[in-house]
Design a protein around this ligand. Structure first.
Ligand code: FAD
Length: 499
């Protein structure tokens, strides 16, 4: 039995970053990953010679001196990555029918670009930007500062929909589209719904307005670099090891894997869903009320995704993301019933090299209720049966019909399509019911739906998208919060700020 100072379950971004921090501080770290490739949502995959992203299409606040780049300097990631900044005047194009609107980078430019379409919206846009700046200021770790007055609680219990609708009430474009819907038009980024807290939408929008980037060549470079660093610090990342049972005896954790081996550690960090983690522990280890609360938490909606390999030189590389809305309320799209599906799609071309004129691959995403695929939930990848394949294809055709209406040239540009359903995500990344971003934070119950990294079980911690906030920036900051519980946050932030 191998003994470590720290074992981390799951090699998603959160697990790898915790491994980096603690490894650098001299802890002997072991990361156990159930898949063959580390990285979780940072994984990429190849089919028919095309390389696709699993779960990172663009990243916010990665410009010089911006929040993520300051954190990633500490993680030694900046020198390793080549970045493509998205179009400064339009990183996200928001479309309602034939009407298209730009969301631009830079706070002044964000206003300028929207004013072309909403000439009467200046005050409302400026007030909106002030508000999201206020929210970000209340979260000191987003400014690489230590938490002090806990003003953040003020915003975790406010509604994103209410703020945006009140702010832009009655401001319409000449074509009759509401400015509030345009500003919320990329809310797929956070699974926007009627319960989304204000801080979730504000922190995420602030980061992308500050600076939006694609990682040229794929986000697997992030996980590769982190695995190399963890190994260089004396740690180890072991793939194809699915943790199935956790016990604690004499202040040591004992972990059993599906492959039959045992691991021992003093400290345990879980980068996987808290409900799945607690389900692996014997009942005497977890207080029943806590177990019940975690098991009852809702998850963000899952998705249906098309990965498209394109014929050479047939479809332009788009230096922005395209969010199309079929007409329903942008905050209800995740719960669209089958007869109104798809209510939206996000189309994103991947960046394979700087200055590329044509796209090699693109991804089309839309929400998909888990229940649609529930009848196959006891099946595994590649063995779900013909009826599943047919149903999946039927859904893909329906989604493509909507996409072709907007991008007619795509019809003749497709060389290869891969289709993924909520079950695909569940089985490849281990997210509950294939949920996009894990636990749904709810402004009506902020404390109940927030999972703290430190638990009542001594030396056991959570990290990853289910704790702080999902997304690359949220998970990065979350890893610092988790490791701050072990090392002392003040000590760790000093190291990060002096990197
Ligand atoms: C479709 C999609 C698009 C996205 N797009 C973006 C984007 O453009 N920008 C952005 O910033 N964010 C995006 N995100 C969100 C972002 O990818 C995630 O929030 C983040 O990567 C989650 O990291 P994590 O550390 O929480 O773990 P995860 O990535 O969930 O990784 C958890 C790991 O644990 C492993 N695991 C699970 N169970 C076990 C077990 N029992 N034993 C061992 N290992 C186990 C899994 O295999 C996995 O590798 C997207 C997500 C999705 C799904």
């Amino acid at each position: 039995m191998e003994k470590y100072d720290v074992i981390i379950i799951g090699s998603g971004l959160g697990g790898l970053l915790c491994g980096y921090i603690l490894g650098k501080e001299g802890f002997r770290v072991c990361i156990l990953e159930k898949q063959g490739q580390p990285g979780g949502n940072l994984q990429t995959f190849k089919r028919h010679g095309y390389k696709f992203e699993t779960g990172v299409h663009y990243v916010g606040a990665l410009g010089a001196g911006q929040t993520l780049s300051r954190y990633w300097k500490y993680f030694n990631l900046l020198d390793e990555l080549e970045l493509q900044q998205l179009d400064p005047d339009c990183f996200d194009k928001i479309a309602f029918g034939d009407h298209e609107f730009p969301l631009a980078q830079g706070f002044d430019n964000f206003t300028t670009q929207l004013l072309y379409h909403f000439p009467g919206g200046k005050d409302a846009i400026n007030q909106y930007l002030c508000k999201i700046r206020d929210v970000v200021a209340a979260f000191p770790l987003y400014n690489l500062e230590l938490p002090k007055d806990h003003r953040e609680y003020h915003y975790t219990s406010q509604s994103a929909v209410t703020m945006i609708n009140q702010q832009f009430n009655g401001i319409l474009s000449a074509s009759g589209i509401s400015l509030g819907d345009v500003v919320a038009g990329n809310n797929y980024l956070y699974g926007g719904s009627s319960v989304t807290p204000l801080h979730v939408s504000s922190l995420i929008n602030h980061s992308f307005i500050s600076g939006s980037y694609r990682i040229i060549g794929g986000s697997d470079q992030v996980s590769r670099s982190l695995v190399q660093s963890v190994t260089a610090f004396g740690g180890t990342v072991i793939t194809r090891r699915e943790v199935v049972a956790i016990e604690q005896q004499n202040q040591h954790f004992f972990l059993k894997t599906k492959q039959g081996d045992l691991y021992l550690s003093n400290i345990l960090i879980s980068d996987i869903h808290p409900a799945a983690t607690l389900a692996m522990m014997p009942s005497e280890m977890v207080r029943p009320a806590y177990q019940k609360r975690i098991a009852s938490l809702q998850n963000t909606a899952p998705s249906f995704i098309l990965y498209i390999g394109l014929k050479h030189g047939s479809f332009p590389y788009l230096n922005y993301n395209y969010y199309f809305h079929a007409g329903m309320d942008v905050w209800s799209e995740a719960s669209a019933t089958a007869d109104h599906w798809p209510g939206m799609f996000l189309l994103s071309t991947a960046c394979h090299k700087k200055g590329q004129e044509f796209a090699e691959t693109l991804t089309i995403m839309s929400y998909m209720p888990y229940d649609e695929f529930k009848s196959w939930e006891n099946t595994r990848v590649g063995k779900r049966g013909l009826d599943y394949e047919e149903f999946k294809q039927e859904k893909a055709n329906k989604l493509l019909d909507l996409v072709f209406a907007k991008f007619p040239q795509l019809r003749t540009s497709i060389e290869h399509i891969e289709i993924s359903t909520p079950l695909t995500y569940r089985d490849y990344t281990g997210t509950e019911e294939g949920s996009l971003y894990g636990i749904q934070k709810n402004f009506e119950e902020p404390l109940l739906t927030t999972v703290m990294p430190k638990t009542k079980i001594p030396n056991f911690y959570f990290t990853g998208q289910n704790t702080n906030l999902h997304g690359v920036l949220g998970v990065t900051i979350g890893s610092v919060v988790t490791c701050g519980e072990i090392l002392g946050l003040e000590y760790l932030m000093k190291k990060i700020n002096h990197a």
